[in-house]
Design a protein around this ligand. Structure first.
Ligand SMILES: Cc1cc2nc3c(=O)[nH]c(=O)nc-3n(C[C@H](O)[C@H](O)[C@H](O)COP(=O)(O)OP(=O)(O)OC[C@H]3O[C@@H](n4cnc5c(N)ncnc54)[C@H](O)[C@@H]3O)c2cc1C
Length: 476
């Protein structure tokens, strides 16, 4: 006689592995077992050390996601939702000590039912579809999803992190371009919240859609997304403009906005250190060496490029040595920065935003404080100055010991400057994860803290969803 345990049979028969039940329910391809199958891409983040090897479950439909969540609730196993695993705050990869009480719930098989509506200029997108795939489908009818970044995330992950990207100045973030969602909760009924709609006008009172944008996988599993698409511009042109003084960048931004509105689509500032890193992996430009350079882009009807050239010519800052070039070539350099930095040394990253008038002071005072404290470190800042955002990366040379205490000390300098001195944010666009959880706790007001705790209790009362290293009210 044998007795059933949580996972199998106690007695003469060997206990089953926790996820065997899921393989039975969903079929063998839906489950990857750590140690038996190749799970490395689910446990290796875009930045930072690999997480623990854990099992991965890959449901292929909303109903299968519900099965997985029911199973997790029953066995009190934590599910870590994961899209393309390109997140930069440590929230998508298992922690090193995850053990077998955590399973990655990958959305990479949630792919059926992508639909682009040319007339409404909208799309209905399964959460596992990548940004590049959505854009390929939209391009067939002259449209695109105008969130642009150097990675290829899933749509579900983009919603969960509220991705910003390089063209936020013109098109806004994911929040602004999301029309509705389908989300599986981990509440007692494993309910499905469905606000999917493909029309823009709907004002029926409170709308829960926005609650899940930026929810870091802690309030529900996003299974489908309805998005607003934009018309592909007929002409896009970019210029790289070297600058000696970062304050000139903000003056140039104001001038270009006034002259080019609404055609200005990106305004990026890249330090010399970040451009040197990009050159390690990408193409180089014949640009005058200068401590900073601006990448500016216009997009619009035929003739938009001429307007950029004219606006740059009468700018209030020197632009004589600007390099005007096709947008794709200009962006290749910019998009090579992240990978280049990772090859250059150990990167302690920060994704901060402050009022635009303060950006120049922020980057110069951060560089001064960092190099005074760690003379072998380099500050390689770059980012979306048009939105007030900057990726303030501190790079330590290869071989340097960069332990948790050092990372915290670097964070302390940069976040204190951005948040306390300049009234900005510790997370401009990368969302919230273990990498910045302590700053969320420091920044959230008691009322926000309480509201988030209440939402979490409602959507996931047993606490089975999300990364255990998220800030307390999101992970409890
Ligand atoms: C080279 C590079 C450049 C980048 N540039 C930018 C940039 O310019 N702007 C920017 O904003 N970000 C940028 N990122 C960060 C990253 O690409 C975004 O945060 C992206 O939106 C994450 O999507 P993902 O599918 O990879 O999600 P993942 O990394 O897999 O997950 C991120 C978070 O979302 C949760 N999640 C994922 N899918 C779901 C789901 N279906 N339901 C519920 N929760 C879910 C996870 O639990 C985790 O908390 C960059 C990353 C890289 C590597």
């Amino acid at each position: 006689m044998s007795r059933r345990s949580t996972y199998g049979i106690i007695g003469s028969v060997r206990p089953a592995h926790p996820t065997d039940e899921l393989a039975r329910l969903l079929g063998r391809p839906a489950v990857l077992r750590a140690g038996r199958d190749d799970t490395a891409r689910y446990t290796t983040p875009a930045r930072g050390p690999a997480g623990a090897a854990v099992d991965v479950v890959r449901p292929a439909s909303t109903e299968e996601v519900r099965e997985v969540v029911r199973w997790a609730r029953e066995h009190r196993i934590r599910l870590l939702p994961q899209g393309a695993n390109s997140g930069l705050v440590g929230a998508s990869t298992p922690p090193g000590d995850a053990g077998d009480r955590l399973v990655v719930l990958s959305t990479d098989r949630l792919r059926d039912g992508l639909r682009v509506d040319e007339v409404d200029r909208t799309a209905l997108v399964p959460a596992g579809i990548r940004l590049s795939e959505l854009n390929r489908a939209a391009a067939e009818v002259g449209l695109w999803f105008p969130i642009d970044l150097g990675a290829d995330p899933s749509l579900g992950g983009m919603v969960a992190t509220d991705t910003g990207g390089a063209r936020m100045l013109r098109h806004g973030d994911v929040r602004r371009n999301t029309l509705g969602l389908e989300v599986v909760l981990a509440d007692d009924g494993v309910s499905v919240v469905d606000t999917l709609r493909v029309h823009r006008k709907q004002n029926e009172g409170l709308d829960p859609t926005a609650l899940f944008v930026g929810s870091s996988g802690a309030l529900g599993v996003i299974t489908r997304v309805a998005v607003d698409l934009s018309v592909r511009p007929a002409e896009t042109l970019a210029a790289w403009i070297p600058l000696d003084d970062p304050h000139d960048a903000v003056r140039l931004l104001g001038h270009l906005e006034r002259r080019l509105d609404p055609l200005l689509s990106a305004f990026e500032v890249v330090s010399a250190a970040a451009r040197r890193a990009a050159a390690v992996v990408g193409p180089t430009l014949p640009l005058r060496p200068a401590p900073w350079a601006v990448l500016v882009e216009v997009a619009g009807p035929e003739g938009a490029g001429d307007l950029l050239v004219a606006a740059a010519a009468d700018a209030p800052v020197p632009t004589d040595d600007a390099l005007v070039l096709p947008a794709a070539s200009a962006w290749r350099v910019r998009h090579a920065v992240t990978e280049g930095l990772a090859r250059t040394g150990t990167v302690v990253g920060h994704d901060v935003a402050v009022p635009r008038a303060d950006l120049a002071d922020l980057v110069t005072s951060a560089a001064a404080q960092v190099t005074a404290t760690w003379p072998d470190a380099t500050v390689a800042d770059f980012g979306h100055w048009g939105d007030g955002g900057v990726h303030l990366n501190v790079v330590f040379p290869p071989g340097a010991t960069v332990d948790d205490a050092l990372v915290e000390a670097v964070h302390d300098i940069v976040f204190t400057l951005a948040v306390d001195r300049h009234g900005g944010t510790f997370s401009a666009e990368h969302g919230v994860g273990p990498a910045n959880a302590s700053w969320w706790l420091r920044s959230a007001s008691p009322a926000t803290f309480e509201l988030v705790s209440a939402l979490r209790r409602t959507c996931d009362p047993l606490g089975v969803l999300g990364h255990p290293g998220l800030p307390g009210p999101l992970s409890a």
